[in-house]
Design a protein around this ligand. Structure first.
Ligand SMILES: [Zn+2]
Length: 252
C-alpha cells in the first residue's frame, strides 16, 4: 500500500510523506531562527523536505563559520594594532640612566656609595681617634691641634659641607631612576592589561559563542547521519519484496 504524500514542504511547495521531512518545531533553536529569518511565512508547524533541510543546514553552518571567522579576524587585528602602538616600547633603565653618566656623576655615585658604608664609618672613627690621641698624648712630639681640637672641628665641618651636596646629587639621580622605573612599570602594566583584556575577549568568544556553534554543527551532522541511516533502512525495506520475487521466480 502506497503511503500518502500529505505533507507540503514550506520551501519548495512539493508534496512528501511524513518520513521524507521534518517539522520546524523539531529543529534546534539557532537553525529554526535562521529558517524563520529567511522564510517569513514559515511557522512552528511547517513541514520541510529533507533535500531543503540539507541545504538549510549547510547554509546555516556556513553562516556560523563566517561569523566566527569574522570576529576572530577583528580580534586579531585589534590585538596587532595594540601591540604595534609606539607607546608600548619598553626602555631599558640601565641604558638610559647609567649609560649616559658624566664623570662628575660617576664620582658623586662613588662618594655616596662609600659615604653610606661601614668602611667609611670605621675609617673615620680610626682617623678621629688617631687625631685626638696624637694631640692629647703628644706621641712622637706632635701636637698640632691641642684640646678642644678646633682644627679637627673645622676639618669635620668641611667634610660635612662637601659630602652633603654630593650625596644629594646622587639621590637626585636615584630619584630620576625611580621615575624612569615607574614610567616603565606603567607602560608594561598598561600593555599587559590590554593584552589580557583582548585575550579575555577571545576566551569569552570561544566559550560563549564558538563552542556552542561547534556543538550545534556537530548536532546537525548527527541529524544528517541519522537521516541517511533512515533512508538506507527505507530503501532496504523497499527492495526486500523485489528481491524476494526475483529469487522465487526461477522455482516457479
Ligand atoms: Zn522542499
Amino acid at each position: 500500500m502506497a503511503i500518502k504524500k500529505n505533507q507540503i514542504c514550506a520551501i519548495c511547495g512539493n508534496r512528501f510523506t511524513l518520513t521524507e521531512g521534518l517539522f520546524l518545531r523539531d529543529l534546534s533553536d539557532l537553525l529554526k531562527e535562521q529558517v524563520l529569518k529567511t522564510n517569513s511565512y514559515a511557522k512552528d508547524s511547517s513541514f520541510i523536505c529533507l533535500k531543503d533541510m540539507q541545504r538549510l543546514r549547510i547554509d546555516h553552518m556556513q553562516t556560523i563559520i563566517d561569523q566566527d571567522l569574522n570576529i576572530d579576524h577583528e580580534m586579531s587585528d585589534h590585538l596587532k594594532k595594540e601591540l604595534a602602538k609606539d607607546t608600548y616600547v619598553i626602555t631599558n633603565i640601565n641604558d638610559t640612566v647609567y649609560g649616559k653618566r658624566t664623570r662628575g656623576q660617576k664620582l658623586a655615585d662613588a662618594v655616596a656609595k662609600f659615604g653610606g658604608s661601614w668602611g667609611f664609618i670605621i675609617t673615620f672613627v680610626i682617623i678621629l681617634v688617631g687625631w685626638m690621641a696624637l694631640n692629647v698624648l703628644h706621641l712622637f712630639g706632635i701636637h698640632f691641634d691641642p684640646y678642644p681640637f678646633i682644627l679637627l672641628n673645622l676639618f669635620l665641618s668641611c667634610v660635612a659641607a662637601i659630602q652633603a651636596p654630593i650625596i644629594m646629587m646622587s639621590q637626585n639621580r636615584a630619584a630620576d631612576r625611580d621615575r624612569f622605573d615607574s614610567e616603565n612599570d606603567y607602560k608594561t602594566n598598561k600593555k599587559s592589561e590590554m593584552e589580557i583584556r583582548i585575550l579575555h575577549q577571545k576566551l569569552d568568544q570561544l566559550i560563549e559563542v564558538q563552542w556552542p556553534h561547534i556543538l550545534d554543527i556537530q548536532k546537525m551532522q548527527i541529524e544528517v547521519l541519522s537521516e541517511i541511516e533512515n533512508e538506507i533502512q527505507s530503501l532496504k525495506i523497499d527492495n526486500e519484496p523485489k528481491r524476494e520475487r526475483n529469487t522465487r521466480h526461477p522455482n516457479k
